[in-house]
Design a protein around this ligand. Sequence first.
Ligand SMILES: [Zn+2]
Length: 438
Amino acid sequence: MKKVFLALGFLLSTYAFSANLHYTLIKKESGKEGSTLLIVGGIHGDEPGGYFAPMLLSKYYKIESGNLWIVPNLNFDSIVKNSRGINGDMNRKFAKIEPKDKDFDTVTEIKKLILHPKVDLTLNLHDGQGFYRDRQIDKNFNPKAWGQATIIDQQQIASAKYGNLAEIAKKVNQETNVDLIEDVHEFNVKNTNTKAQDKAMQQSLTYFSITNNKPAFAIETSKNITELSPKVFYQLKTIEKFMNVMNIKFSRSFELSEENIKKLLSDDGMLEIPPTKITLDLATLKPYIKFFPMSKDKLVYNSNNPLVAVIKDKDEYKIMNGNILVSKLKPDFIEFENSLSSINLSIDGKKSSAKIGSLISAKNSFQIDPINGYRINIIGYSKSGVGSEGGIKVEPKDFIKSYAIDKDETTYMVQFYKDKKFCGMVNIKFEDEKKSKK
Ligand SMILES: [Zn+2]
């Protein structure tokens, strides 16, 4: 009896100590033979070049031969806090880690993935200090700096496929160094000679990999490059050169340039919080939203961006895109009910219907048909009374703009209730005629 109790106690404590936000593994497999590259992003939560690059890889790249496995957000709990490591430095836990360490599960699982028989090579992505140079130039350009470098722990691994680490790093850098944004951004190979010279690096992810006979490199863009888009540009450029070395064929839906990356990064992605059946466009969402219906049950959400997280913060929810705060939701906790799947309405005087959860565009007005047994609540409607707001023609001028959910203040929530239960909503966006003509 005592034994069972102890075992249960152990399980509970293991659960309590593990990460809150689990990392994502995205496998892009071509179905054709070839090598497999594992990308690990976000081991350090305050190095955004190291996690926004794999986010774009996961969203916009297609693999034509071989395989690309992507973990964009390894230390997710630290990423959303913009901290190197909320539980200490995760990249110093690969030689030895106590089971009670909060990073234990994450480190143990990623080690298994690195050692997976299919994985041929691992890249660990970072933003490092300064600009690495093999000779001392000044406080930013010197042998102790980490930025703009491909890091190897030793010259080679004798028996491994892609074991000629120094040669590969040199070749990759030569190609990355074509068409730099600024000449000082050139990449160099930094060999930490980990076994003989670097006690700290002996505990790192890459050293764990190479001591298990599996090639691994770190890619470091520079913390001294303050904008995100050039860092992501260099990370992607370098990763592509590694794919070339490994004969992994890929295509992407955009031309690789800093300007295009900037555009792609400005799209925070879509977020769906299932009970509401609403998909929010995070790039246009207001920084603060009131009266957002949420279920008291376990929080569930989906996004096309693996760096998106919804985090409870006192009596609000923070929507994060990596280390960037997108918006805060002030929840209305309510019981949910599923009986309504679509509604009828008029848009600019024309009869139409819409699924619960959809985004509807109107120019001048909309009017929701009354539904027997349901109450309709148009959030922000200035002439709001106690009754249901079905059958009322509503125009843009009838709204209190602060209730809009988007930055342009043109999108409003229409919510449906049965008794006191919430049955979902639709969002109505008033298209600005001047804007849409542009
Ligand atoms: Zn780092």
